[in-house]
Design a protein around this ligand. Structure first.
Ligand code: F3S
Length: 387
């Protein structure tokens, strides 16, 4: 892999041991994937932020580092609200202490303590920009909805890219590799959940695996694209998808699809996911809610009171910019929770069954929280939480 003079100096340790080690990670990755060079990145999003997922060895590794990031970088959701962790039942002081140590380590590296899987609501991300993002739904959104270019980074490689300011040029950074490999057709119909994009993504992801799908015959909006990609990234390993005439690259490139395998997501398959189940909590905001989604939740909760815990997860900046919506939601007894989420917070581990509106959470809650998962529309979730 070609390295310029500065890269070589970093690799030789002239800019300190941490930068040297980070460059070694990038070079090793580049060699594995046969990258021809490193490419500068506009931003990084670093996973491995919740103490629930990285544990004491992850914290130890972070604590040994001594460098500053070279590009704007934010964190994935952590295990608790950053400042108000005492307000979330289920967070112990011991966990909070360890989580604060993790945050302190990232702060020393110059990473902004914005902890979200929706960094695109915080910082402008442009079509064609190279990124090193690691949370799978954020990767899918950046590639597919924005048309930026990022591989699905692991926590260490995203951190290495943030500190060096570059990433190996391979995979989805190369335009040629962004062509679709399979066509997904969604059966039209008027079944109750026909346009639940989390469910469609959950089913499509299982068939698609790590290929790049192109959908035909659907017209999702931005939040629906977010739900679709997040679910496919969880039930499959999708890092980029296209929707004909909707996502930006289908309007820039001509994709030949005649010879591709075709998969159908059927109406009955979608309906079969929506089995009833008694739940003891309801969680919304996977990925973190957009302002429009917060507004929808606030409207659905108008004049209602919760009878079960209802948690709404969001980026702190989005909550801060929408205090009226947060207030309207919380007047019902629901809780708007920044910085963390239903999967990476230990607060959710005490529930037996959790209802979600997200195909991604539906896929992850059983394994990550040890709870049964039920999927519903946002309205069904609110109805269950207030019944
Ligand atoms: Fe985000 Fe957590 Fe879902 S990181 S995509 S809210 S599992």
């Amino acid at each position: 892999m070609y390295l310029d003079a500065e890269d070589e100096n970093v690799l030789a340790g002239e800019f300190g041991e941490t930068r040297q080690k980070m460059m070694e990670i990038l070079v090793a990755l580049g060699r594995v994937y046969d990258a021809e060079k490193l490419v500068p990145i506009a931003s990084a999003q670093v996973s491995g932020a919740s103490y629930k997922t990285i544990g004491k060895w992850g914290l130890h590794w972070l604590s040994t580092m001594n460098a500053r990031v070279a590009v704007p970088a934010v964190l994935n959701p952590i295990g608790m609200p950053r400042d108000e962790w005492r307000e979330l039942d289920g967070i112990t002081p011991e966990f909070a202490h360890q989580q604060e140590e993790v945050l302190a380590a990232y702060r020393r590296l110059g990473i902004k303590l914005e902890c979200t899987c929706t960094p695109y609501y915080l910082q402008r991300t442009e079509y064609g920009e190279h990124l090193a993002w690691s949370e799978s739904s954020a990767v899918c959104y950046a590639n597919s909805v924005i048309g930026a270019r990022t591989n699905r980074e692991g926590g260490p490689s995203a951190l290495a890219a943030a500190i060096v300011g570059k990433t190996p040029f391979y995979g989805l950074h190369i335009v040629e590799n962004r062509r679709p490999g399979v066509v997904v057709e969604v059966e039209a119909g008027d079944a109750p959940h026909a346009d639940h994009y989390g469910a469609i993504g959950y089913l499509a992801g299982r068939e698609v695996g790590n290929r790049i799908p192109i959908f035909t015959g659907i017209r999702p909006g931005r939040d629906q694209l977010k739900a679709l990609g997040a679910a496919m990234a969880a039930s499959g390993a999708v890092a980029l998808f296209h929707v004909d005439k909707i996502t930006p690259e289908t309007r820039v490139f001509h994709f030949e699809t005649e010879s591709l395998e075709r998969i159908t997501v059927g109406q009955q398959d979608i309906e079969d996911l929506f089995a009833a189940l008694d739940v003891d909590a309801v969680a919304i905001g996977c990925p973190h809610c957009s302002p429009d989604e917060l507004r929808e939740v606030a409207n659905l909760l108008r004049d209602k009171q919760t009878t079960k815990p209802l948690l709404v997860f969001v980026a702190r900046a989005v909550a801060r910019e929408n205090p009226d919506l947060v207030g309207a939601i919380e007047r019902s007894g629901a809780k708007v929770v920044p910085d963390t989420c239903m999967v990476v917070s230990p607060a959710m581990d005490r529930y037996r069954a959790i209802m979600v509106d997200s195909g991604k959470a539906f896929a992850y809650v059983p394994g990550m929280c040890g709870a049964l998962a039920r999927i519903g529309t946002r309205k069904e979730c609110i109805d269950v939480a207030t019944s």
